[in-house]
Design a protein around this ligand. Sequence first.
Ligand code: AMP
Length: 561
Amino acid sequence: MPSKIGEGGGVLEFARAGAAVGATSATSEKARILGTYFRALDDDDLRRAAVFMSGRAFGPSQRRTLGLGWAVTSKVVESISGRDPDELQAIFRKHSDIGDWAGEALEGRTQPEPVSLAEVETTLEGIRTARGGAKAAPLERLLRRLHPEAARFVVKVISGEMRIGLSEGLVEAAIAEAFGLPVTQVKRVHLITGDIGETAVRCKRGQLDTTSVTLFQPVRFMLASPVETAAEAFERMGADKVWTEEKYDGVRCQLHHAEGRVELFSRDLKETTGAFPELAESAPNLGHAVLFDGEVLAHRDGKVLRFFELQHRLGRKKVTAELRREVPVVLVIFDLLHLDGRSLLDEPLETRRRLLEGLGVEHPFLLARLEEATSPDDLDRIFADTRERGHEGLMVKDPMSPYTPGRRGLAWLKLKRPLATLDVVVTAVEWGHGKRKGVLSDYTFAVKDTKTGRLVNVGKAYSGLTDAEIADMTKRFLSITLEDRGWARVVKPEVVLEVAFDSIQHSKRHASGYALRFPRIVRIRDDKPVEEIDTLERVEELYELYFGGKTEADLSEVAET
Ligand code: AMP
C-alpha cells in the first residue's frame, strides 16, 4: 500500500524536507534534516526519496530516462496557472529555476490532496513511456493535485536539478545519519550498487557486504590517478614491481554474462548492450558466468581504428549490418570481477588476471597487453614502446591490489604525457556551470591558417586556470566581446594561451578540421602577439607525426598475451 501524507511517504513531506535542506547552508544540518526524514520512511519510500533527492526521476539501476524537456514542463505549468506570459516571466526572473518558478506560478491554482511518493513514481513512469506530446497529460493530472510546494519539488526532480545545495555526497551523509552508520560505509555500499536508492535501502536493512557483486547490477568502475613520470608512478605505488597495460583509447565497458543473458554498461553505468551486438552475441560462447571490465575499441583486420570511427557506434540502440561491417568492435578485457558465482573484488589483480587468462577468450574478446616493470627505466622504455604502437599512454597497476569500485586511488595510475603544447588564441567564450557559474570559463581557441590568413578553431579548453585567473579573464573577455550570444560570446582574438593536449583527432565541428583532445591551459601568454601563434600546418604536422603515418594504432600483440 502506498503511504499517504501523514505517514511520511507523501510528496508534501518530501518537499518540506527538501525546502528545509535548502533553507540551511550548513552541510551537517542538511544531513541531519534529511537523515531524520529518511529514518521515518519505509523501504520503498526510502528508495524513492533518496533517488528523488538526488535530482533523479529514476535510480541509475533502473536505466530509464524521462525524456521530458523544459518546453513541455513549462507549458503544462503555464496552462494550469492560467497566468499571463508577462507575469510568468517576472516570476521566472525572480528565481531562475524552473522548480521554484513552477511552485510560485501554481500557488492557489491547484486543488491539493494527499499524494504519495509511489504515485509520483507511477506518474513519472507514465511520462517516460508516453511518446512526444502525450507526455504532458500525466504530468498535468499530477500537478493539478499537488500543493504548490510539492509541485515545486516534483518539477525540480523532473528537471534533474534540485538546487538546494544537496550533492550526492550529502545524501550519503544523510543515509549515514539516518541509520547510525559511518559515512565511509555508506559510500562503499554506494560504490558497489551505483544507485543511491538501493544504497539507502541496503543501509537501512544493514546489508553492508561490499565484497560481492551481483551480476546484471552495474558496478562502478575503478579509476586511475594521473602521474607524469615513471619515477612518480613507482613512488606513489610504493611497489618494487608494477604491471603495465596499454591505455586504450576507446570506451569503457562492463560486460555481464550468465546463462546466455548478456548486458553491457558504459562508464556512467548506462546500459549499452544494443550498441555492441557482436559482444552480446559472442558472450554466451564464453561458457562461464562473468563480469568483465574492459575497453571497447573499433577494430578491423587486426588493427584498431581511430576513436573517431568508434564514435559512429556509440549511443545506438540498434546497429545496422552495414555499420557492423564498417566499424566492427572488440572488447579488450583488463579485469574480471566475477566468475561462476564467485565475486573477485577482493582478490589481488594477479589472481583476477590469472583466472581471466584461464578463460581462453576468443575474438571479439581480447586481453589487455600486459608487461611487468621493475624500475622507472623499465617503465619509461615500455611507455616509449606504447607510444610507438600508437597508444596515448600507459596504465600502471599494482598486481597485489583489489578492485575498488568507483575509486580513483593509487592502485591504478595512468601515465600520460602531453603530446605537445600549442600557442593558440581565444575566439569565443562561454559561461560556466556549477561552481563556475557566473564566470566565463570555457574557451574556444584557434590557430592560424596561413593559406587563408584566417583563424580556425581547433578546440575548447575548460581547465588549467585558477579561480582568480578565471575571474580576471571574465572581466577581460567582457570588455573585448564582439558579439553576445547569451550563453556564449565571440571575443576579439587577442588572448593568447599555451595549451597542452594528449591527442589530435579529425573533427567536423571545428573549421580547422581537427580537434585537440583533453586540452588544458598551461598559461596565459600575454608576452606573445597573436601574429605569432601556432599554425594549422603545425597541427597537421603533429597529427601526421603521431597519428597520420600509421593510419591505425597497432593492437596486434594484444591477442597474444
Ligand atoms: P581517463 O579517462 O583519462 O581518466 O582514463 C581512465 C580511462 O582509461 C578508463 O576509464 C578507461 O576507459 C581507459 N582505459 C584504457 N585502457 C585501460 C586499461 N588498460 N585499464 C584501465 N582503464 C583503461
